[in-house]
Design a protein around this ligand. Structure first.
Ligand code: BTN
Length: 320
């Protein structure tokens, strides 16, 4: 994607959004480009769903950002934060996590409107509906030993939980290791993949899928739209989550794993519940003691405390 073009269109969008009406000449003057170039950028935006009324030979009136997750719109809403360096946007892709693995560019955000081979944990597929859901991956280079990889599951899940609760007044909860649930029904999942060099994490990919405006086909899933009975603004939700991720990444840099652990417990659906862990053919039962500072589950069984890492193939069921 032409990053210079994206930058110009972010400026143009900012100008359009701050006025009722603006002439092409004025935009050209502010952006130091020709009126033809202004028109090319505006046609690009209109062709990609941004609603702009054109008054021929006079100017433009901004109506709305439209419904796509355009990098221009996302960047504009991210504001001054430098946490996200680059945005890669796809109308369709196999999997944003797979693309992230190919580029491995630090703090790049890969967004797709649809995935043909969306991946879930435990080799499952991740289904979504085009232009309706949120599918994205973010690449980080955290300076921590790989034994902490599991804590990234936790921070990604709570970033989604807090964003949903803040924006839509929902009661989302985290469910170990990678789920966001509302009244026991799954609304989002996180897939962490990483490579390690010696004992340090080299690159880490946080993949997040959220059922936003779709109608989930599986009975134990739910979408934001189903809950709020209205379309949710996907850009707002994505930007809110990126802000939360930034906050948690700062805590990682400060090695403040305790705070992440505490936040997880605050929103946990399984903490202190009787749970069953299914791991391969094995079943373990006990009380969930939440997570430790590595993101591992602490399973309490009378005198014993079992530690279960999220990078295993373990699944957790809450026994109500
Ligand atoms: C799970 O619940 O099992 C995890 C689902 C993770 C899905 C997201 S969608 C964006 C990213 N790309 C993928 O292929 N998977 C993750």
């Amino acid at each position: 994607m032409n990053s210079q073009g994206v930058k110009q269109r972010v400026r143009i969008l900012r100008i359009l959004n701050s006025r009722d009406f603006v002439s092409g000449e004025r935009i050209a003057h502010i952006c130091k480009i020709s009126r033809i170039a202004v028109w090319k950028h505006i046609s690009y935006l209109i062709n990609n769903g941004v609603k702009i009324r054109v008054y021929p030979n006079k100017g433009y009136e901004f109506l709305s950002f439209g419904k796509r997750l355009l990098p221009e719109v996302v960047k504009l809403h991210l504001g001054k934060s430098e946490f996200v360096k680059d945005i890669f946007y796809f109308d369709e892709i196999d999997s944003t996590n797979e693309y992230a693995k190919k580029i491995l560019r630090e703090r790049s955000l890969i967004i797709a409107e649809q995935q043909k081979k969306g991946k879930g944990r435990l080799d499952r597929n991740w289904y979504s509906q085009k232009y309706k859901d949120l599918l994205f991956s973010f690449i980080l280079t955290p300076d921590v030993p790989y034994i902490y990889a599991g804590i990234f599951n936790a921070l990604a899940v709570i970033s989604v939980v807090k964003s949903l609760n803040k924006l839509y007044k929902l009661d989302a909860q985290s469910k170990w290791p990678n789920d966001v649930v509302i009244s026991g029904r799954k609304i989002s999942g996180v897939l962490i993949e990483f490579s390690a060099q010696t004992d340090l994490i080299n690159k880490l990919i946080i993949g997040i899928g959220i059922d936003v405006n779709s109608t989930p086909k599986v009975s134990n899933a739910i979408s934001v739209k189903k809950l709020i009975r209205n379309d949710a603004d996907r850009v707002k939700l994505l930007v809110r989550i990126m802000k939360e991720l930034e906050h948690y990444f700062d805590l990682i840099n400060l090695k403040n794993f305790k705070k992440i652990k505490r936040d997880w417990m605050k929103y946990s659906a399984d903490y202190l519940q009787r749970v069953r862990i299914i791991q391969g053919g094995e079943r373990l039962e006990g009380i969930s003691g939440g997570i430790n500072e590595y993101g591992n589950l602490v399973l309490k069984q009378r005198a014993k405390h079992l530690i279960i890492p999220p990078i295993s193939n373990a699944r957790l069921k809450i026994k109500y």
